[in-house]
Design a protein around this ligand. Structure first.
Ligand SMILES: Cc1cc2nc3c(=O)[nH]c(=O)nc-3n(C[C@H](O)[C@H](O)[C@H](O)COP(=O)(O)OP(=O)(O)OC[C@H]3O[C@@H](n4cnc5c(N)ncnc54)[C@H](O)[C@@H]3O)c2cc1C
Length: 509
């Protein structure tokens, strides 16, 4: 018999590693996160969360903290609009912005608000302006509250996997776990040492994102702009700048980003003569787009940037990784606890790989459209006209927001495979409130389905409740990650499908 220090070792305590640690603790297993950095990385990266991410955090009771962060950031956005108002003149409100595709701005005024895909997500339809650093701080607090051990200043240097577990070597003492998950970012040590295939496309751009102090900022337009020499974005907060240059990748991605380098890049793509006088935080990136062919090799798994890398256009990477963590957490916990049905852990790759592949292509399409050559410019004009329609804007907004994401699951009801709607219950609470503890949920007004739930004990929470806004719904089986595994309308309650779904996701009663 092997002896273990912990059930799961997570390499990397970025947002995905921390989110996974929280989910594993909810699933009742022990976890150690090994993080190389002593503090949360202050580098500017993601600035917003998409709908599936906010839904996931809302379902875990983190809505008040997200709302507070969102409101603080909205104040900064409004402050930027105020700064740019003509002296003594009226403050122009920022344009109602619904995202961008390849620097082609989407106007929220063109959105079809009645589109069913854009509603029904509760607060996730309204909140999202939360930065990666804010989220990492919140997740670190939550991981500690839930009893995950986060060891900072510890680098994973290698590991040896055998049939029973994985011994992880670090810059401190080794740690033995039953499983190892590499959440150690785009240059993942775990991915490389485990030998995961990582095919994809070569990069072609050199890009920067930074928060700077500068003189002459008023000559820069607000929002995203394609120019004859590249692309730049300015805002939505004061000093935030992003530049994209074609004609080669960064010579040294790790060298510190200097004010001179940023100034030259901004001048090159914007054609202005801004002077960068200070750099608060800066990073450079490119558009290397690669994805592991499987997210699991034996007892070693990957999640987040360790499993897929791509350019940040369209704000997908963090969100994609959080989705991985939500999907993997309960499945790995069930496997450790011994109740996972056959093949459950392999549904992680099956469900998440196609979503990752879509994200890679979404970013590749944007790089192709950003190229400053006559053919790309001509195509861009066509895309701009298409996007500037109600149908076009609504299509792109749904893609960017992630509301299209579903998993391929058995079952005839249209809700099966999708994220559970944020239904109001008769007592005034909402469905998300029932998911705080990370258990699967069988909920609805009909008693018959509940009678099948006996024997699942702690794995399944059964809640008799009616849905005033959807009186036709007789019941829902929601997986711990918030996705619907079974649903029935009152006039067609298919108990046979529920009898299949329960053991398929929750194992033997
Ligand atoms: C400029 C920029 C803008 C972006 N904008 C957006 C956006 O708008 N929206 C969006 O969704 N995404 C965006 N992203 C992408 C997003 O930042 C990443 O997808 C996200 O950080 C991935 O999280 P992660 O936890 O998988 O990896 P990381 O955030 O890279 O975290 C990995 C962690 O592992 C640690 N680590 C690495 N190696 C080891 C080791 N050997 N041992 C121990 N610890 C280790 C690292 O220190 C790090 O803390 C952006 C990225 C960049 C660069």
């Amino acid at each position: 018999m092997s002896s273990y220090d912990v059930d799961v070792v997570v390499a990397g305590g970025g947002p995905v590693g921390l989110m996974l640690a929280c989910e594993l603790r909810l699933g009742g297993v022990s976890v150690v996160v090994l993080e190389r950095l002593a503090e949360v990385d202050p580098t500017i990266k993601a600035g917003a969360l998409n709908t599936p991410s906010v839904e996931a955090l809302y379902r875990r009771g983190m809505l008040p903290a997200l709302r507070e962060a969102h409101e603080r950031n909205m104040e900064a956005v409004t402050g930027f609009a105020r700064q740019r108002a003509p002296e003594g003149g009226p403050v122009q409100p920022p344009p109602r912005f619904a995202g961008h595709f390849a620097a082609i701005m989407l106007s929220a005024d063109r959105l079809d608000a009645s589109d069913p895909g854009l509603t029904g997500h509760g607060p996730a339809d309204l909140i999202g302006l939360v930065s990666q650093q804010q989220l990492e701080v919140l997740l670190a607090e939550r991981a500690a509250e839930l009893g995950a051990e986060v060891r900072r200043g510890v680098e994973v240097t290698g590991f040896a996997a055998d049939a029973d577990g994985v011994t992880v070597t670090t810059t401190r003492e080794p740690v033995r776990g039953r499983w190892l998950v590499g959440c150690d970012g785009g240059r993942s040590t775990v991915r490389k040492l485990a030998g995961f295939d990582f095919p994809g496309t070569e990069p072609e751009i050199s890009a920067h994102q930074a928060l700077v102090e500068m003189e002459g900022a008023e000559s820069l337009g607000r929002g995203w702009h394609a120019t004859p020499t590249g692309v730049y974005a300015h805002g939505p907060v004061p000093g935030r700048i992003l530049t994209v240059e074609f004609g080669g990748t960064p010579a040294d991605r790790d060298a510190p980003v200097t004010a001179d380098e940023l100034q030259a890049s901004i001048r090159n793509v914007s054609g202005t003569d801004v002077v960068v006088t200070g750099v608060k935080t800066a990073t450079r990136f490119t558009d290397n787009a690669r994805q592991a062919t499987t997210y699991r090799l034996g007892r070693v798994l990957l999640a987040g940037d360790a499993a897929h890398v791509h350019s940040p256009f369209g704000g997908q990477g963090l969100n994609l990784g959080l989705g991985d963590a939500m999907n993997l957490g309960w499945k790995l916990a069930a496997t450790v606890r011994g109740w996972a049905p056959e093949g459950l852990l392999d549904t992680y790759t099956a469900e998440r790989h196609p979503i990752g592949a879509w994200v890679l292509d979404w970013t590749r399409a944007q790089v192709a459209l950003m190229r400053p050559d006559p053919r790309a410019r001509a195509l861009r004009q066509v895309m701009t006209e298409l996007i500037d329609t109600v149908t076009g804007t609504t299509y792109f907004a749904k893609k960017i927001s992630g509301v299209w994401q579903r998993y391929d699951m058995d079952g005839g009801h249209p809700l099966v495979g999708g994220s559970a709607p944020d239904l109001e219950l008769a007592d005034g609470s909402r469905l998300a409130d029932q998911l705080h503890d990370g258990r699967a949920l069988l909920i609805g007004p009909d008693d018959e389905p509940h009678a099948l739930a006996g024997g699942y004990g702690e794995r399944l929470k059964v809640v008799p409740a009616s849905f005033p806004e959807r009186p036709e719904l007789a019941g829902l089986l929601v997986r711990p990650d918030g996705f619907v595994a079974w649903a029935a309308d009152a006039d067609q309650v298919d108990l046979g499908a529920l009898k299949q779904a329960l053991p398929a996701w929750l194992g033997t009663p």
